[in-house]
Design a binder for this molecule. Structure first.
Ligand code: 5RP
Length: 228
């Protein structure tokens, strides 16, 4: 699949998901190239259909995009709960367990997700896998003592690499933390791994999203498939 074909599938999933947002809802807006299409479609509906809702974003990037369409964005602590969150994913399996954080926003994404009544993922068909883990698993690590955390992850055989930007310096998240990618190839016991990672002091969150997602909308050449 070339990039333009993949973008068409991402867009189809994003446009389909935008139908789920109704007037006066509080909507969680994810992060990434698929979500960008979703937010574009919401912007179109705001302009052409007078849709009005409040958004909570999972990254500063999405906030800038949403506000450019006049969408009202509030802080997550200003709302009791989010009605529905639409986000992308890097991999998802048949049980709707998956990996996120390819766009370095996993910490805010997980905080928004756990405070949402409903979670919808939008993906192109290449993201649907039998076993997760081929995509390197991102974890977010605070700068203080980061090298010790990385050494620990290495000793456990997780093959960590610090994610770099184009200037060859470590990328920083919206919380000014590092992203470390774990090269695992396959994850057979995601729950055990999640527990091991979250018990690592200095590692504030991991990109395993387990037993959280209600619906996956898959961009498919025959039309978007809504899996529940
Ligand atoms: C950001 C994410 C993204 O949702 C994920 O990486 C998918 O991105 P894309 O839609 O660009 O493939 O988890 O942290």
């Amino acid at each position: 699949m070339d990039k333009s074909e993949q973008d068409a599938l991402k867009k189809a999933a994003g446009v389909e998901a935008a139908k789920l947002i109704e007037n006066d809802m509080i909507a969680g807006l994810g992060t990434g190239s698929t979500v960008k299409f979703f937010v574009d479609e919401l912007g179109r509906r705001v302009k052409e259909e007078g849709l009005h809702f409040t958004g909570v974003t999972t990254s500063s990037r999405t906030k800038v995009q949403a506000e450019s369409y006049g969408i009202k964005i509030v802080d997550i602590d200003d709302v009791p709960q989010i009605d529905v969150t639409v986000d992308g994913a890097d991999e998802v399996d048949q049980n709707f367990n998956g990996i996120k954080g390819g766009g370095a926003a996993l910490l805010w994404e997980k905080i928004v997700a756990i405070n949402s009544k409903k979670i919808v993922w939008i993906v192109d068909e290449s993201k649907v896998v039998d076993t997760i883990g081929r995509f390197p698993l991102p974890v977010e690590v605070i700068p203080f003592g980061a090298q010790h955390v990385i050494d620990r992850l290495k000793n456990r055989g997780y093959a960590p690499t610090v994610r770099m930007n184009a200037e060859r310096t470590p990328i920083r998240t919206d919380e000014n933390n590092f992203i470390v990618d774990l090269h695992l190839n396959r994850i057979d016991h995601p729950q055990d791994l999640a527990e091991d990672l979250i018990n690592t002091v200095g590692l504030v969150e991991h990109g395993l999203f387990l037993n959280m997602v209600n619906t996956v909308i898959v961009g498919d050449p025959r039309g978007p498939r809504v899996l529940t």
